[in-house]
Design a protein. Structure first.
Length: 200
């Protein structure tokens, strides 16, 4: 099991990061906020989860151990795979997800792309006794949204979660006033605001 990587960021996409480990490049799929929190050439530590399938080995990377724990916990529910688990971690901090499940907040859980009311009820039923292991907070957001850079990162992150380009652009328009009002807002905060606007 690969549980952690520390190296130099070689490339970044909307939902992935390539980490150079002394000449060995490892691609890790990430939440948009994790991908948006690093820069090419910087040193990064990713807490990872390796998903083994019959035809693939896929590494998922997270900014903090609590996100990885949440990702792995959610996959323990019936019918939930890594794509939806990654969407859960994109929408909620571990503490927020713990509170939503513990409080049986089905409406909040349905904000996750790919989870409907029945799926949310199943998550509550199957994970209610297990979410206590999750951390109470999501930790600090690393990267501030500078200038117009946030828009591309949020749009790419939303598209990576399965939203259309049109919906992603519309959500970016909805959070533009927040970005203008607070130009130092972290990309993760703007992404969560965009997801909330899409859930309405």
């Amino acid at each position: 099991m690969i549980s952690q990587l520390t190296g130099t960021v070689a490339a970044i996409g909307g939902t992935w990061v390539v980490v150079d480990l002394s000449g060995f490049g490892v691609k890790a799929l990430c939440t948009p906020s994790t991908a948006g929190s690093v820069a090419v050439g910087s040193t990064v530590t990713l807490y990872t989860s390796l998903v083994v399938r019959e035809d693939s080995l896929t590494l998922y990377g997270f900014a903090e151990p609590g996100e990885r724990d949440c990702f792995e916990l959610v996959q323990g529910a019936t019918g939930i795979g890594p794509k939806i688990a990654q969407a859960v971690v994109s929408v909620f901090t571990p503490g927020e997800f713990r509170a939503a499940v513990a409080g049986s907040n089905v409406a909040a859980i349905t904000r996750v792309p790919g989870i409907g009311p029945k799926g949310a009820q199943r998550l509550v039923l199957e994970l209610k006794d297990k979410v206590a292991i999750l951390a109470g907070s999501g930790g600090p957001d690393v990267l501030a949204a500078t200038g117009g850079d946030w828009r591309e990162q949020v749009r790419a992150g939303l598209e990576g979660l399965g939203y259309s380009s049109r919906d992603a652009e519309s959500a970016c328009d909805q959070v533009a006033p927040l970005a203008a009002e607070k130009p130092d807002s972290p990309v993760a905060v703007l992404l969560r605001a965009a997801l909330r606007s899409l859930a309405r």
